[in-house]
Design a protein around this ligand. Structure first.
Ligand SMILES: Cc1cc2nc3c(=O)[nH]c(=O)nc-3n(C[C@H](O)[C@H](O)[C@H](O)COP(=O)(O)OP(=O)(O)OC[C@H]3O[C@@H](n4cnc5c(N)ncnc54)[C@H](O)[C@@H]3O)c2cc1C
Length: 354
């Protein structure tokens, strides 16, 4: 069987890459092993323009956020689903230091932050001591709807192989790649954390990060905003009324990718203090973020194995970065256009050529 592109992985990276190739009328096969604990299946989907304790504007926010908004709308429209919503964050300051930081950023003219005008508005649901601010715009990508919908489309058009890709069976030969009975012009790895074991790209400075989340039923809590204190509480619009995603932690050291008792107990304790209304845990999930030491993605073609490409290293921000860099990678593959230098794997040319 002959195809132009073989894509490994149908997380958010492989989804957008295959989407853009399809829009360009190109042929491809996606291989994905349907791992229920992949980062894309656990993520809250939040696209936030500011980050960290100091409320710094995220890398390339002015370009990447509007791009993401448009990209999810477009794919959602094509699939007949809602793939993105605009829902701002209400930031309950956990201490006076965080409040000062937020207000300072706002006074300095940060376009994404403002003091919330009605400080009493959320009193019926939350306990908070140090007032709250609002981050705007914040989007939620509905990966829990988008990934299965795109997967169904791939299945319908017979472009999906649901199985484990075995790299030992990959061969590079005369400007093409061969895998089982597939011959393709390029293989593009969108394999997330599994990338650390990929012999062609494993020299890259990955720094995987484990995160956990609880799915909660919280009857009566408004689904109008995402709420943040030390935790984030985000409505899961397609999981049903009153269902919220609650998370997360960032563990750089871990023995395995399983949910932990510690996270569940801590989260439950924090929620009991923060929420005034009852809640019930309905699920507990954990997964690995494909993070990188420099906190920039890995995008581009291998300097030596020119038929092998990579769209990975999305870290904590895959929902916004993946559509943008999937589009850039498509432009590189089809028209030879350059990738943003800070994301281009060419910056590791020497390491990858060893
Ligand atoms: C708890 C948590 C919360 C998060 N919240 C957010 C958030 O709110 N906003 C945000 O922007 N980001 C968030 N992230 C990060 C985000 O999930 C990732 O950046 C993003 O999902 C990475 O997508 P990906 O497609 O590159 O990788 P993945 O989602 O890991 O997808 C890789 C795919 O490849 C498949 N695969 C791998 N190896 C093979 C193989 N050998 N054969 C076949 N298939 C294979 C896997 O099954 C998977 O489907 C969160 C992550 C976690 C863990």
């Amino acid at each position: 069987m002959q195809t132009e592109f073989l894509i490994i992985g149908q997380g958010i990276s492989g989804t957008f890459l295959s989407y853009y190739l399809q829009k360009a009328g190109r042929s491809f096969v996606v291989i994905d092993n349907n791992d229920n604990n992949s980062a894309s299946r656990i993520a809250a989907g939040i696209i936030n323009p500011v980050t960290g304790r100091r409320m710094v504007t995220v890398w390339m926010a002015d370009e990447i956020l509007p791009f993401a908004w448009k990209a999810y709308h477009e794919i959602g429209h094509d699939l007949g689903i809602t793939a993105i919503s605009h829902r701002n964050i209400i930031d309950f300051f956990p201490n006076p230091f965080m409040r000062e930081n937020f207000l300072k950023r706002t006074e300095e003219g940060n376009e994404y932050t403002r003091a919330f005008p009605d400080q009493e508005h959320f009193r019926s649901w939350f306990n908070f001591e140090f007032s709250c601010g609002e981050i705007n715009p914040v989007y939620t990508a509905h990966l829990e709807t988008l990934l299965p919908a795109w997967r169904q489309q791939l299945t319908n058009q017979q472009s999906l192989w649901e199985e484990n890709f075995e790299i030992a069976q990959l061969r590079f030969e005369a400007g093409a790649i061969h895998y089982k009975n597939i011959k393709a012009g390029n293989i593009i790895f969108c394999d997330g954390p599994a990338g650390i074991d990929n012999p062609y790209f494993k020299q890259l400075p990955y720094a995987l990060n484990k995160g956990e989340a609880l799915m909660m039923e919280i009857p009566g809590l408004p689904a109008t905003h995402i709420f943040k204190k030390s935790l984030v509480l985000a409505p899961l619009q397609n999981a049903g009324k009153d269902i919220f995603w609650v998370g997360s932690n960032y563990a750089w050291e871990f023995d395995n990718a399983n949910p932990t008792k510690e996270f569940r107990e801590t989260t439950e304790r924090v929620l009991k203090e923060w929420l005034k209304i009852p809640f019930q845990i309905i699920d507990h999930r954990a997964g690995l973020r494909p993070a990188t030491l420099e906190r920039r993605p890995f995008v581009g073609l291998h300097p030596h194995y020119k038929q092998a490409g990579l769209l990975n290293g999305m870290g904590t921000k895959g929902c916004s970065l993946a559509p943008f860099f999937a589009k850039q990678l498509t432009e590189l593959l089809l028209h030879g256009k350059a990738i943003t230098a800070e994301a281009d794997i060419n910056r590791f040319q020497k390491i990858l050529s060893r």
